[in-house]
Structure formats: C-alpha cells, structure tokens
Write a protein of this length. Structure first.
Lengths: 306, 276
C-alpha cells in the first residue's frame, strides 16, 4: 500500500513549496477560467478568448521593456485589446472574427518589437519563451494576491451581469426587445474576459490560459444543457486537470533514468484534450441508440445529403 | 538594400505575399481567421519536433500543419468549430512545449521561427518556397468556383451538390500548405497578419471576388516590400512593420467604406424624399 502511494506521489510532492504555489495558483485560475469560459463557449468567442491571451502577452513583453509590473502590462493591454475588438466588431460572427484577427495581428507585431528591443538591451534571456509558453512552476507566491483579487473582480462582474448576459447570449433579439443593452453587456463581458485571460496568461502562460478557458467549459456544455450544472462541471474538470497535471509533471522527473521532467503545461493540456474528446462519447452514444430523438449533427446531415 | 543577399529576401517575400493575398481572401470570406491563426502557430511545434529528431524543419512544419488542418476539419463535425480549433491549437502547442523542453535549441532560433527571419533567407530555400507557392495557387484555382460558392452562399452550394464539409477540409489543407512554405520565411505569427489585413482591406474597396483578390495581393505586396525596406533601414523586426501596416490597411479600408456609405446615402435619401 505504501509502495503504491509513493509511486503515485513521488517523494517530496506535498512538501515542495513550488508545488503549493502552483496548485493554489492553478486552482484559482482554473475556476475563474472555467466560469468565464462557459459564457465564452456559449457565445462562440473562443477566438477572442485565445487572442486576448496573445494580446496580453504583448502587454507583458512591453511591461518587461519599460520596467513596469507585469500585471499592469498583461491586464492593461488585454483590456485595451478587448475594447478595440468590441468597438470595431460587427454584429455578425464573421465580422467579429475579423475584428479579433486584426487586433491580434497588430498585437503580434507589437510583441515582436517589444521582445526584439528587450533582447537587444540584453536584460533578460528566455523572455520569448516565458511570454509564449509560461511556466506555472516559475511563478512566485507573491503573484497569488494579485491573481486572487483580479480573479474575484472578473467573477464578480460575470455574476453581476449573469442574467442579462445569458439572455443576450442565447437570443440577442429577445434581450434587445426586453430593453437589455446588448452591446453594453457584451462589452462588460469582454472586459471580464480580458481580465481573466490576462491574469491567467501571466500566471500560467498563454497555452494553458486558452486550454483552461475553452476545454473544461466545452466539455461541460457537451454533457449538460443547464448552465448552473455546466458551471460546476467546468470548475471541477478544470481544477482536477490542473492538479493531476501538476502531479504528473512532478512525477515525470522520476520517470526513466534521464531525470528530465516534461513541462506541466503539456500534461494539463493533454488531460483537458482527452476530457473534451471523452465528453463527446455520451452524446454520440445517445444519438446512436435513439436516432429519431436526437437532432442531426453536421456529419449526419452530410451523410443524408450524400 | 538591393545587395546580393537582400535579393533572396525580396524574392521570397514576394512569393509569400502573393500566396497570402490569394489564400487570405478566402480566409476572410469564410470567416476562418481562427484556423488561419491556429494552423501556423500550431505547426511551429512541428519545427521544434523536427529539430529534436534532427530532420528537416520543413518536413516537421508540413506534418504538423496538415495534421492540424485534418484534426480541425474532422473534429468540427461533432463540435463547435471555434472550440475545436482552440483545443487543437493548444494540444499542438503543448506538444511543442514538450519537444522544446527536450532540446537545447538556442532561443534566437525560436524567435525567428515565430516572428520570421526574412533577411536571412538563403538561395537554396527559394526553390522549395516557389514550388509550394505554385502548388497553393494551383489548388485554389482548381477549387475556386465551389470554394467561392460555399463561402458566400453555403445553402445554395449544398443544393448544387457541393459538399460543404469536403470543401472546408480542402481549404484547410490549402492553408496548411501555405503555412508550411511561409513559416520558415516570415514566421508562424506573421503569416497570419498577412492573411488577414490585406484581404480585409481589399474587401472594403470592392465586392467583386477576382478584383478583390488581385487588390489583396497588391496590398500584401506593398506591405511586405515596405516592411522589408523599413526593417532594413531601422533594424527593427519585420514582423512589427507587417502587423502595424496590416492593421493600418484595414483601418483605411473601413474608413473608405464608411466615407463612401455617407456619400451614397445622402443622394439616396434625397431621392427617397422627393421621389414621390
């Protein structure tokens, strides 16, 4: 029994202060991302959610260059980017994607410049990789309060606009007829998205930020159509994937004889990806056993059309 | 600026701009900005994997971009397209992070794969880039009519027997091909700016498909040439100029469209008032 225990939790896992920081930060960010992510997936704004990560990373490299705090850089440029996206965004989904793409393109150009200027001034090495991938194990415990406060702010904003946001998401026309300022609600949501994506890019890196925003929420929404249930499932999935990923990354150092660990982001993303794929199984199974009750999927429509 | 080593940069950048202008027109028309961002960025992981295995970067890029395109294409049958694209992207990037943790790759090389190193193109790289570019344009020419129809009026295209899903996969493969050829030259992130800004601007000026496509190629060429010249003169990364000029071109297009709308609605409003 003890042997099994030590093979799952390699020695020193619970004592390591790095693991404590990573697990706390990871859980905080996973919950904020999962809640915001449910609305992101429902509104079909995954692209904006991902792009804001890159936009805020550009802010992070800018902050590195002029020497201000990374939190201000990440969240600041993220908020500006979200505002511009919403401002030039057209109502239709294609126009919105285009607006997102234009802002993203400009932000990528900016981060190329900032990173170049930072690397020529010779102040930091590994800046490009840090900004692009990030690592949960390198964050210090000093980041936790900032992440907690901003995360609470984003969650509070979402809670405050929850009902009008839901209606505006599901049916913008009915929402507008009821006197809900649809565009204003959309803007408030985008700002909450920018804050949560900015802070998660800072804390855990751009890859994980997108993965935790989209993956758990998308899996939850495939399992249930009720929003409250989806929120709970998404939070649990996100936190579970983060903790198991951290454990596997810690253990991976002891796999083989080379003593080269794999990055924690790899494990968390792989777990989330697998969860998403698995979440499609119940629906596929249900539609197979009761074909007349389930609405046709795109694949089925193709088959029928053929 | 036109010395021997610079001629390679001018030639490859010209080829890249033509391909980006043509493929990008359909990217914008189909609202495929996210896959067009995800495939090059995810393919970057393939380059990292190739350097780990010691095989050619181009092969790694090609394998990962095609896998990414097929993955997005097939998974979107059962899930929302933007969700599937995001998850495919992060999975590829996570693999890239795992590869990178195992290599001792020098950081400037990562930087140049992401942001491009057009000034460092060698003359042996021109031929494969040109061949892949031709293949890309040829593929677009072959599927031009069904692609256009399914992009603009998907329902009518379906009624005419064009299978939207097949066209989508073909198109994603074209994007993958364009990715594999352009990433070593302009970088994984910049090809995206070049595929979005110029066509989006071109569509504000004209609604005729062929004309818009030509205009998009012209704008892409101007942006790339200006970016190379500026990058040569000021020694800043070419990516910054491409990104900034792309956004500027889009802004100009939107401004032009808005100005023309106000100019045409005013006489229209007068006719409406005095018409009867």
């Amino acid at each position: 029994m003890h042997q099994l225990y030590t093979s799952v939790f390699e020695p020193g896992f619970f004592a390591s202060p790095q693991v404590h920081v990573a697990a706390t930060l990871g859980a905080l960010v996973a919950v904020v991302c999962a809640v915001v992510g449910v609305f992101t997936v429902m509104r079909g704004q995954s692209f904006a959610g991902h792009s804001l990560g890159d936009v805020s990373a550009a802010g992070g490299s800018g902050a590195l260059l002029i020497g201000i705090g990374p939190v201000a850089g990440f969240v600041g440029l993220g908020i500006i980017g979200a505002g511009v996206m919403e401002m030039i965004g057209v109502r239709r989904v294609r126009g919105r994607d285009l607006a997102t793409g234009i802002v993203l393109g400009a932000a990528i150009g900016l981060s190329a410049l900032f990173l170049y200027l930072t690397s020529t001034s010779g102040a930091t090495t590994g800046a490009a990789q840090q900004v692009l991938f990030g690592s949960i194990f390198t964050t210090t415990s000093g980041t936790i309060p900032a992440v907690a406060i901003l995360g609470a702010l984003a969650l509070g904003a979402i809670a405050a606009i929850c009902r009008p946001l839901l209606l505006a998401t599901v049916s913008p026309d009915i929402a507008a007829a009821r006197g809900i300022p649809v565009r204003l609600v959309g803007l408030a949501y985008m700002l909450a998205l920018a804050v949560s994506v900015g802070l998660s890019s800072l804390a855990i890196g751009a890859i994980l930020s997108t993965a935790l925003l989209i993956g758990p929420a998308a899996a939850a929404l495939r399992l249930t159509t009720r929003v409250a249930r989806a929120l709970i499932i998404a939070c649990l999935t996100g936190v579970a994937a983060t903790w198991v990923g951290i454990l596997l990354a810690y253990d991976s150092y002891y796999w083989g004889s080379a003593h080269e660990g794999l990055p924690v982001s790899f494990f968390i993303v792989a777990l989330i990806f697998a969860t998403y794929l698995a979440s499609g199984v119940p629906a596929a199974w249900a539609s197979r056993s009761r074909p007349e009750a389930a609405p046709a999927t795109a694949g089925e429509r193709d088959t029928i059309a053929a | 600026m036109f010395a021997g080593f610079m001629m390679n940069a001018w030639t490859t950048a010209t080829i890249v701009a033509v391909v980006a202008g043509v493929v990008g027109y359909f990217v914008v028309l189909r609202g495929s900005a996210f896959p067009a961002h995800a495939i090059p960025k995810g393919a970057f992981a393939g380059a990292a994997g190739a350097s780990l295995l010691g095989i050619s970067t181009l092969l790694g890029l090609a394998v990962f971009s095609v896998l990414g395109a097929l993955g997005i294409g097939f998974m979107s049958r059962r899930g929302r397209r933007d969700v599937v694209t995001a998850l495919a992207l992060v999975m590829m990037l996570a693999l890239g992070a795992a590869f990178l943790s195992r290599t001792t790759e020098y950081e400037p090389e990562i930087f140049s794969l992401l942001f491009g190193e057009v000034l460092g193109v060698s003359s042996t790289e021109i031929l494969p880039v040109a061949a892949l570019g031709l293949a890309c344009i040829a593929a677009v020419a072959v599927i031009y009519r069904p692609l256009l129809l399914s992009s603009v009026v998907p329902d009518i295209a379906e009624a005419r027997g064009i299978r939207g899903h097949r066209i989508e996969i073909c198109f994603l493969l074209v994007v993958a091909l364009a990715t594999a050829m352009t990433v070593p030259v302009v970088g994984a992130l910049l090809i995206f700016s070049l595929m979005i800004g110029p066509p989006a601007a071109a569509r504000s000026f004209t609604s005729r498909p062929l004309l818009a496509m030509c205009l998009s190629v012209v704008i892409a060429l101007v942006i790339v040439w200006a970016a190379i010249a500026a990058s040569y003169l000021y020694n800043w990364p070419i990516g910054f100029f491409v990104g900034a000029l792309g956004a500027l071109a889009y802004g100009a297009g939107r401004g032009w469209a808005a100005w023309r709308r106000t100019r045409t609605t005013r006489p229209g409003a007068l006719t409406a008032t005095f018409g009867h």
